[in-house]
Ligand binder design. Structure first.
Ligand SMILES: [Zn+2]
Length: 263
């Protein structure tokens, strides 16, 4: 293929601009699932070929439940991407996670309802394992490099993915806390699982913007925007540190996810 990339960044809320990439060019990738969230930017960063997609589009015009997750992941696979780093804004379900904190996710709970969530719809049966849905190698890199940057970052965290676009009720939020989940958001699923289905490593950081409704600590839109800006700055620095350190040959099993999955 004329265009290619090794690593991709899927930018969440606030992360729309791959301004760190050298010699950026925008391309359109056609997929059997329709349009990607936006044009894909290709460029290089410290010797690595990198692709960037803003999950909600550059103008933040696509709400979480309408993101064409399959087109995005399919397009990245077509480009040859083997590692994805993603950022996801979220609300905290615990006093332990304060606005501005970052969690390297290691589990999710799916509470979505209406999203196409597999590439295997008919004709081929595939039960891919997502017991550990995130790439452990990318997770360690994200945590270690985050720590070295002095960012408040935590290794591991369970993310409840709600359908949206509405937020949770108080009862739902309290229930998620009883499930011992750490954060709640609208975008990790099915993106994470689709990456596994095409054997791409997927590492994700959850950026805490505020406390979810259980905490009864209402915040203004201005306060949230200030936190999102600071979080996006941290995410960019962190991805910038991690990308050159991703080893050529992976030490995880994500690349063999389909070995025993297809019937
Ligand atoms: Zn992996």
């Amino acid at each position: 293929m004329r265009h290619s990339a090794e690593v991709a960044i899927i930018g969440g809320s606030g992360l729309y601009d791959p301004d760190v990439l050298e010699e950026p060019s925008e391309i359109k990738v056609h997929t059997p699932y329709g349009r990607t969230s936006d044009l894909i930017t290709l460029g290089s960063y410290m010797g690595k070929k990198v692709a960037f997609i803003p999950r909600h589009g550059k103008e933040h015009q696509i709400p979480p439940h309408d993101v064409n997750y399959r087109a995005n992941i399919w397009a990245l696979k077509q480009l040859g991407v083997r590692r994805i780093l993603s950022s996801n804004a979220c609300g905290s379900l615990s006093e332990k996670h304060k606005p501005g904190d970052i969690l390297v996710l290691d589990q999710f709970i799916d509470r979505t309802k209406s999203r196409p969530s597999t590439f295997y719809e008919s004709g081929q049966v595939c039960h891919v394992s997502v017991a550990d849905p995130f790439c452990p190698e990318l997770g360690s890199l994200l945590f270690n490099q985050g720590t070295s940057l002095g960012i408040r970052i935590r290794q591991g965290g369970t993310y409840v993915c709600i359908e949206g676009p509405r937020f949770s009720t108080r009862a739902e939020s309290k229930l998620f806390r009883k499930w011992e989940a750490d954060v709640v958001g609208m975008t990790v699923f099915p993106e994470c699982v689709l990456a596994r289905e095409v054997e791409i490593c997927y590492g994700s950081i959850a950026l805490v913007t505020d406390y979810d409704v259980w905490a009864e600590k209402p915040v203004s839109a201005d306060e949230i925007i200030t936190v999102i800006r600071a979080n996006v700055d941290k995410a960019k620095r962190l991805f910038g540190k991690v990308i050159p350190m991703i080893p050529e040959k992976s030490g995880c099993d994500c690349g063999n996810a389909l070995a025993n999955a297809i019937l």
